[in-house]
Design a protein around this ligand. Structure first.
Ligand SMILES: [Zn+2]
Length: 102
């Protein structure tokens, strides 16, 4: 009875050591993963930054103004006047562009 308990305790300790090792390995892996997650977050923020910069640039492009009336232009409504080099020089509303030739 007494011997049995001793053996039992011994096995328990072995298992405990085993579990502790496993926990340590798991914790180490967890730390690694945390490091990776932190790195991914950093990259994600960098990408978001780049994306927002792009959006801002697009925003500037979208706030084209009509050269005739000075109001904001809807990209679908605009008429672009190109120079001999093919560069867009002026932008007008379709209606405003038509009035130029009246
Ligand atoms: Zn206009």
């Amino acid at each position: 009875m007494l011997k049995k308990t001793e053996t039992g305790e011994h096995t328990d300790q072995d298992e405990e050591t085993d579990i502790r090792e496993k926990i340590e390995i798991t914790l180490r892996r967890l730390q690694e993963l945390k490091g990776r997650v932190a790195e991914l977050k950093r990259r994600c923020e960098e990408l978001r930054k780049i994306e927002s910069e792009h959006t801002e640039q697009e925003g500037v492009e979208n706030t084209l103004r009509c050269d005739k009336c000075g109001r904001a232009l809807d990209p679908e409504q605009q008429v672009a006047v190109k120079d001999s080099d093919g560069l867009e020089r002026s932008h007008y509303h379709k209606e405003c562009f038509q009035t130029l030739f009246k």
